[in-house]
Design a protein around this ligand. Sequence first.
Ligand SMILES: C[S@@+](CC[C@H](N)C(=O)[O-])C[C@H]1O[C@@H](n2cnc3c(N)ncnc32)[C@H](O)[C@@H]1O
Length: 212
Amino acid sequence: MMSSPPRPRHRFFAAGYDIGARIADVRLAPLRHLVAGEAEGRVLEIGAGTGANFDYYRWARIEALEATEPDPFMLRRAEARARKLPPYVRERLTLTQAPAEALPFPDASFDAVVATLVLCTVADLDAAIAETFRVLKPGGAFRLLEHVAARGFEAKAQRFVQPVYGWLAAGCHLNRDTASALRQAGFRVEILRRERFGPLAPAMVATATKES
Ligand SMILES: C[S@@+](CC[C@H](N)C(=O)[O-])C[C@H]1O[C@@H](n2cnc3c(N)ncnc32)[C@H](O)[C@@H]1O
């Protein structure tokens, strides 16, 4: 766990997020369905943002749904969205302000952890993955939709634009090798789909299993 947990605050990013997300969801909706809509059991979503995945849990067989988000401006929007959810999801959902690097849950307390477009943004990737590993039950699954590092010339281009892009996109990193970081933390990683969100944004839908 980090000594001083990150406290992101991006008022303007939060204000515009749902407009951008609605446009992106023309493409992302089936992927959100695959990641969130098929989660089961006691589920944790980290970096839930404005709650773009919440509606997809109506198809999931969830016992309980904990959602965390550290940025108060995003969290406020997630709370507003939560109030409008169908009862099946709303009654199971609890929202908590917390960063992925310091999750306020006991060890081995979830069957599944969901993250969509979050590991690109967390301040400390390894700490966030370690916390996810800790809170998953043995056999539990980390279900992910993330854009990731490219190779070759595209990787160079990612590094070149990163300083400006990261500033514009509230700390998002284009060039994280998320699958390798997950494997190093002890997860078994299965890439279910390779995607591309645009130039410089290869992406993956993946499941990382904490083997029992
Ligand atoms: C691109 S948004 C994705 C939001 C949402 N998961 C979605 O799919 O629309 C990235 C999110 O990660 C959150 N975030 C930033 N730092 C974080 C951290 N250290 N731990 C967890 N979430 C973080 C941001 O506040 C933001 O809500």
